[in-house]
Design a protein around this ligand. Sequence first.
Ligand SMILES: NC(=O)c1ccc[n+]([C@@H]2O[C@H](COP(=O)([O-])OP(=O)(O)OC[C@H]3O[C@@H](n4cnc5c(N)ncnc54)[C@H](OP(=O)(O)O)[C@@H]3O)[C@@H](O)[C@H]2O)c1
Length: 260
Amino acid sequence: MINKSALITGASGGLGADLARQLAGRGYDVVLVARSVEPMESLADEIRRNHGVTATLLPTDLSIAGSAKVLAERLAAEGIEPDLLVNNAGFGLSEPFLDHDPERLRMMLQLNIVSLTELTHFIGRDMRRRGRGHILLVASVAGYMPDPLLAAYGASKAYVLSLGVALNVELAPQVGVTVLSPGYMETGFSAASGFKASPSLRRGALKSDDVAKIGLDALFAGRSSVVAGRINAFGALATRLISRHALARQVFRISGGGQK
Ligand SMILES: NC(=O)c1ccc[n+]([C@@H]2O[C@H](COP(=O)([O-])OP(=O)(O)OC[C@H]3O[C@@H](n4cnc5c(N)ncnc54)[C@H](OP(=O)(O)O)[C@@H]3O)[C@@H](O)[C@H]2O)c1
């Protein structure tokens, strides 16, 4: 019997590596996508050894314009038709908006928004043709609120949340789409994004392994979106109770905005 296959972006570490391990544990052949080859090679070896599925590397820089199309063409050339797509690769810019380096800002928007959308579009079309498929989009609790000092990152995740919840309705029942919104996790994210987590955020952090399970369970249960962790879920819900302006001011205060 031929295994189903799953393509995971951002699979060189953090949440993406855990999603790849767990999908392999559920019997999927995995296709790993990120820039760093070495960590993906050792993950692929581990996955083959532990789960007896195939693990293919397609190193790609998804912050380059047009890279999603090139990736889709490489998949077609290799005869890989993913049954499941995880759009997980992403990073943030944690600093005042006007201090962002313009090229880093462009790269973040290309990765978090454009490549994610294009991959969903290319691979979603194949899934529609075959009449089945699953797509998991990784957003963030930051997507539930305006985020001064993480403004463009938060807005990119609000886009992911809105796109995914809309597609869950539009592509059903053939293609299942779910948005996973993690809160803070101890991964490579902080270093990549210049994000300094407060001690309380660190204390409440969920393990990326647990967050991966929450996301996949929600995906296979057909849920539209899931916020990982009860406290994060409560926080996301509470954002509906106050105005977006008041919320932005509160997030600014908590993030140390205005303090010198
Ligand atoms: N950690 C958190 O606190 C947190 C909270 C909420 C949401 N999230 C979201 O969770 C997702 C996973 O992040 P993480 O926490 O696992 O962080 P991470 O450990 O930094 O992992 C990010 C992954 O994205 C890949 N990536 C980065 N730039 C890329 C590019 N240009 N092209 C292709 N792949 C690229 C990285 O691999 P390479 O560097 O090898 O390319 C890595 O595999 C992200 O979307 C993030 O925004 C994280």
